[in-house]
Structure formats: structure tokens, C-alpha cells
Design a protein around this ligand. Structure first.
Ligand code: BEZ
Ligand code: FE
Length: 313
């Protein structure tokens, strides 16, 4: 082995210096990483190391806390499998996912954005559904909801031909792929906007739900005396070539958890007007009062249309 190494590499190894003390370690590490040929990797890793070291200094991190943090990271990896991503859940629970979303949308954070977290439950094969159809595919008790939406460009002009996926939890707070009581693809659909940029459908009022708490993120939430709930919402993904794929959620305005979303996904712009109707009118013969309407307009920004990779199998 020694012979092989000697034969392959006769040049002097790179020099990044010797660590003299706690103050000096950061510069030595930065020097060691400075040779990365990818300039973006160089920039991002240098910033990461500067901030990580500053964090340890500011918090005066103890060795026991360091051990705990490494164990926490390892447990995130161990808890992740093809139907659960604990890494994303951790990023969500510390507001990191929302920060990255807001930095990258709304003209890179300059303006309000219609974007929000994708979440783990999107599936890429929602059933194509005609406008006016229902996404209730098996008996789902709960108040009826009639959704009417428009999609426009930044100038307010309607966008026709946008492919729009919608998905939501049931009034019991479960997505169909978590709940054996619901038919496959219940409360999911794929619509196409008409010439006026509209799509519309019937559903049931969604309910909020807890994020999984049986892994390290659950331990963190308990240690911080935080509840695990998300406020009720409707997920929407809009896709049209020439426009940045819109990934968003529209929150139910009377939800008790609106101001304490465990994953910090609620922005003012995304609170919908879920209007309660119990005035005696009936939008369909089988609808009992109270029922709800939601009218919402989505704005798509010019950009690259990319379908996300479904977060779980
Ligand atoms: C969701 O909205 O589906 C979601 C987002 C983040 C974590 C868990 C669920
Ligand atoms: Fe959700």
C-alpha cells in the first residue's frame, strides 16, 4: 500500500496550515477547502463552515452537546426511508425549508410569493379530472367545499392550459395514502385551466394534521414544548412550460393552528377565504349546510417548468 501511494504521488501535499488554537481553526479549514474547482461549491461550503464555527463559538457548544447533535443527525438518517423523509421534516421544523422557498420565489424574495412547501404527500399521477368535477372518490364525511381558482401571469393576464394538481388531507386529517379508509387517489386531482385561466372542482373542507413525531424531530418538538400540528390546507402544483412550477398551499382561515404551524408554512398571502354557507342555498342536491366556498387567484412567474421528484414512494 505504502509503495503504491509513493509511486502515484511524488508531489508535495497541499498546505493549509496547522491549527494553533480555537480562534485559528476556521481559517485553516477554509484554506483546505479553497481548492474546489466548482466555484459555487467553494462559496457555499466556505459560508457553511464560517457560520457553523460561529454557531459553536456563540453557543459555547459543549462536548456533550456536540455528541447529542451528531447522534441527532445520525438518527435523522436512520429514520429516513422510501416512504418517510426525516431530513426534510427537520428542515421544515426549524423553518429552513420555508426560508429557502421564500428566498427563491417572489422575484428571489423581493416581493410576496404564492409559493409554499411541497410537503411529503404529493404524488405525480393524480387522476385527470374535468373542471367542475369532484375529487371526492370515496365516502368522505365532512362539509362540502366548492373551489374556484384562477391562474394568471405577473401582469394579471389569465394563463390558459396550466396543468394543476391539487391534493389535500380529509376532514379526519389524513391523506389517502396514510388512510386505509379512503379510496386510492381520494382528494387528489389534475385539472387544466380554461381560456380564462380558471379551474374549479368539488371537495370537502380539509382538516389540519400532526406531522410524524416518532423520530428525532418528534423528540425535538417535545423538548421545545411545541405541538406537531399543521393548519388545514389545500395543496396546489401548477405546471406550464415557460413558467416556474408553482408549488403552494392555501390555508383554511378559521384554523386554530394558523399562527403556530409546526413547519412555518403559513404566509399572509396564502390564507384563503374559505367562506361558510348556511343560508339555505344548495349547490348540489346532496349538499347539507354548512358548506364552504374557496375563491383564490394564483400568480405564476416566468421561469423553468420542472416537475419535482415525488418526496416519498
Ligand atoms: C404537508 O403539507 O403535507 C407537510 C409539509 C411539511 C411536513 C409535513 C407535511
Ligand atoms: Fe399537507
Amino acid at each position: 500500500m505504502r509503495d503504491q501511494v509513493d509511486k502515484r504521488d511524488t508531489s508535495a501535499p497541499p498546505v493549509h496550515g496547522i491549527v494553533e488554537d480555537a480562534d485559528g481553526v476556521t481559517d485553516v479549514v477554509l484554506a483546505a477547502m479553497n481548492g474546489a474547482s466548482n466555484p459555487r461549491l467553494r462559496e457555499v461550503m466556505a459560508s457553511f463552515v464560517r457560520h457553523l464555527h460561529a454557531f459553536a463559538r456563540e453557543a459555547q457548544l459543549t462536548e456533550a452537546e456536540y455528541d447529542l447533535a451528531v447522534d441527532f443527525l445520525n438518527r435523522i438518517g436512520q429514520a429516513t426511508h422510501e416512504s418517510h423523509n426525516e431530513g426534510i421534516l427537520f428542515a421544515d421544523a426549524v423553518g429552513f425549508s420555508t426560508l429557502v422557498c421564500l428566498l427563491n420565489n417572489g422575484r428571489n424574495g423581493a416581493t410576496e410569493t404564492a409559493s409554499a412547501l411541497l410537503g411529503p404527500f404529493w404524488r405525480d399521477n393524480s387522476p385527470p379530472t374535468a373542471n367542475g368535477g369532484s375529487i371526492v372518490r370515496s365516502s368522505t364525511p365532512g362539509p362540502a367545499l366548492f373551489v374556484t381558482c384562477r391562474v394568471t401571469g405577473p401582469d394579471g393576464a389569465p394563463l390558459a392550459g396550466v396543468e394543476v394538481d391539487v391534493w389535500q388531507a380529509s376532514p379526519a386529517g389524513m391523506y389517502e395514502n396514510q388512510d386505509p379508509e379512503q379510496a386510492g387517489m381520494n382528494l387528489r386531482g389534475r385539472f387544466v385551466t380554461d381560456e380564462e385561466g380558471r379551474f374549479w372542482f368539488r371537495s370537502v373542507k380539509p382538516a389540519g394534521y400532526p406531522v410524524p413525531t416518532d423520530g428525532p424531530v418528534g423528540d425535538l418538538l417535545r423538548a421545545q414544548s411545541r405541538h406537531p400540528y399543521r393548519p388545514a390546507h389545500l395543496h396546489v402544483l401548477g405546471h406550464k412550460p415557460g413558467y416556474k412550477t408553482l408549488i403552494t398551499q392555501v390555508f383554511v382561515d378559521d384554523d386554530a393552528y394558523l399562527e403556530s404551524d409546526v413547519v412555518f408554512g403559513v404566509t399572509r398571502h396564502l390564507i384563503g377565504d374559505y367562506r361558510r354557507r348556511d343560508d339555505g342555498s344548495r349547490p348540489a342536491p346532496d349538499v347539507e349546510a354548512p358548506w364552504y366556498t374557496l375563491d383564490y387567484t394564483f400568480v405564476m412567474e416566468p421561469g423553468e417548468a420542472k416537475r419535482p421528484v415525488p418526496p416519498i414512494k
